[in-house]
Design a protein around this ligand. Structure first.
Ligand code: HEM
Length: 366
């Protein structure tokens, strides 16, 4: 698939709030509507089990007890348990370790390497596993579990094959965390010392493991795609923010209406699902000049790729730093990222070949 088509996939129409059957709910695309859904947690709840009037196919699992699926005041209690680990200062202290890891991965990768399998995944998994206090050696399992779990969450309907894969992945992941908690360290030790139930600890670990690596891997790969064939950006921080806006690793997130309300002129009823389309909001011309242009020097960039409000991404500082360090190392080892060649593999992954100076790399689109 040519790169232009991949980028065009993100060009969703920004317009009025509409009801969409495939989502079984409302879809918000304008920046102002998406922002309201994310920030007005009293009206737009994250607690699907409590507020959805539709059956919840993925109902009985520890993730439904996690931070992400909880509203204040319980949400504040849960978030406070781990928030110290993810402050800008705590994250900055990890910089030397992450830098060393990036260079070790690139040294080991050789001239021909797979950006996803040899750098992006191992880096993001190693980092979050280290913080959690679990072994990272089983990272291919983490990737498989994450794929099975997130693809079931993303379907909105009960699909038997996906449900089976989801159940199996969750059982394997739970067994892994139980084993690891026999010698607790890192965040697991902190969670076990709090008054959370075993299921809540499990939900927390699963959330951090899943959110902590998949999206960061995607941001690194998407950054390489966006920066390919361009001069090195003057300001890497700014460039990464623009990648976040232009190709966000998380396309959208959903909420459940708690009381009758109006959104973008439409009447919404309690229990209805609302999907906040981050991808679309990030391209709203009311907020972003020339929104479909990737501009690594874009100055004002209030994208919603890490969400907004009480659920604002806990790992945002960490993800930004990991990707910035990895990109800096990739750019340091090459004059520019050039010669992209994309094609679709039989398993449906878009593979991108690119030359990093003399070296070639293969990346998959996420
Ligand atoms: C929440 C995106 C990396 C942990 C979120 C949300 C978004 C997001 C959009 C809000 C979801 C909602 O409001 O429903 C991203 C992106 C990342 C990234 C794009 C990488 C580029 C990470 C990392 C961690 C992490 C590295 C690891 C610690 C979390 C957690 C939440 C969250 C725990 C839930 C926060 C809460 O409910 O209070 N993330 N994330 N994320 N993210 Fe991230």
């Amino acid at each position: 698939m040519p790169l232009e088509e991949i980028f065009a996939f993100h060009e969703q129409e920004v317009g009025p709030v509409r009801f969409a059957e495939p989502f079984g709910g409302w879809v918000a695309t304008r920046y102002s509507d998406v922002d309201r859904v994310l920030t007005d947690h009293a009206v737009f709840s994250s607690d699907e089990l409590r507020h959805s009037t539709q059956p919840v196919p993925h109902g009985s699992n520890p993730l439904m007890n996690s931070l992400l699926a909880t509203d204040p005041p319980r949400h504040h209690v849960l978030r406070r348990i781990v928030s110290q680990v993810f402050t800008p200062r705590a994250v900055a202290s990890l910089e030397p370790v992450i830098t060393a890891k990036v260079h070790a991965l690139l040294d080991a990768a050789g001239p021909d390497f797979d950006l996803i399998g040899e750098v992006a995944y191992p880096l993001s998994v190693h980092t979050i596993a280290g913080l959690l206090g679990v072994r990272s050696s089983r990272w291919p399992d983490f990737v498989r579990w994450t794929e099975a779990i997130t693809s079931f969450f993303g379907t909105f309907t009960a699909d038997e094959a996906r449900r089976t894969a989801f159940d199996r992945a969750l059982a394997e992941m739970s067994a892994f965390f139980r084993e690891e908690s026999e010698r607790p360290s890192g965040i697991i030790a902190t969670l076990m010392a709090s008054d959370l139930t075993e299921d809540e600890v499990l939900g927390f670990c699963a959330l951090l493991l899943i959110n902590g690596h998949e999206t960061t891997k995607s941001l690194l790969v998407n950054s390489v795609l966006c920066l390919a064939s361009r001069p090195k950006p003057a300001d890497l921080r700014r460039a990464v923010e623009e990648v976040l806006r232009y190709l966000p690793p998380t396309g959208g997130t959903d909420r459940f209406v708690t009381r009758p309300t109006t959104l973008g002129g439409r009447e919404l009823q309690p229990g209805q699902r609302v999907v906040a389309m981050i991808t679309a909001a990030n391209r709203d011309p009311e907020v972003f000049a020339d929104p479909h242009t990737f501009d690594p020097d874009r100055a004002a960039n209030p994208h919603l790729s890490f969400g907004h409000g009480v659920h604002f991404c806990l790992g945002a500082h960490l993800a930004r730093m990991e990707v910035r360090i990895a990109l800096a190392a990739l750019l340091e080892r090459s004059r520019r990222i050039t010669d992209l060649d994309t094609h679709r593999t039989p398993v449906g992954i878009d593979v991108v070949k690119l030359a990093l100076g003399a070296a070639t790399s293969v990346a998959g689109i996420c």
